[in-house]
Design a protein around this ligand. Structure first.
Ligand SMILES: CC(C)(COP(=O)(O)OP(=O)(O)OC[C@H]1O[C@@H](n2cnc3c(N)ncnc32)[C@H](O)[C@@H]1OP(=O)(O)O)[C@@H](O)C(=O)NCCC(=O)NCCS
Length: 138
């Protein structure tokens, strides 16, 4: 999983995540597999009883455009809903994918402070961020 993330970190699409950080939060990930091989994943990161972030969405380059990411995000939303989450946040360059899944663009000023100081601060693009913030409400 870490190797897949690293490829996209280098391209600037994903925030850096250490192997240790991924290990301690491994239960928040939803995984797509081809037999025994991990080919994609997406995490549900909970901020509060109602707010969570859909993050670390990656699909192996060889398996893209087959609906794998869309299925992973749907699984994350389903689990979040089960836990009582009503607002799902995402920061992405792939706004089209998320719009298809019912997310709507929001102002970045609405992002929770925790996100900025825990994650954005570690990003090489901070503070000039071109990612698009989207929210899905249930
Ligand atoms: C963004 C990313 C996760 C998308 O993964 P994916 O599995 O290719 O996504 P999907 O297949 O669900 O959707 C991608 C496109 O394929 C289309 N598609 C889905 N199933 C399809 C199929 N069976 N045949 C043809 N096209 C299909 C979707 O409609 C979508 O089209 P769009 O680009 O016009 O919106 C992947 O490109 C990636 O890992 N990128 C690098 C990391 C990154 O940027 N992550 C996002 C951080 S939030």
């Amino acid at each position: 999983m870490h190797a897949l993330v690293q490829q996209e970190v280098r391209k600037g699409f994903i925030l850096p995540r250490s192997a240790e950080e991924m290990a301690t939060s491994v239960r928040s990930y939803f995984i797509a597999k081809d037999q025994d091989k991990i080919i994609g994943f997406c995490a549900l990161h909970i901020y509060s009883p109602i707010l969570a972030e859909v993050r670390s969405l990656v699909v192996d380059e060889n398996y893209r455009k087959q609906g794998i990411a869309s299925k992973l995000v749907a699984e994350v939303l389903q689990e979040g809903e089960f836990l009582g989450i009503t607002e799902f946040l995402v920061l992405t360059y792939h706004d089209k994918l998320f719009k298809k899944l019912g997310f709507e663009v929001i102002e970045k000023s609405l992002l929770p402070n925790h996100k900025i100081w825990a994650d954005c601060i570690a990003c090489k693009h901070f503070p000039i961020c071109e990612e698009i913030a989207l929210l899905k409400k249930f």
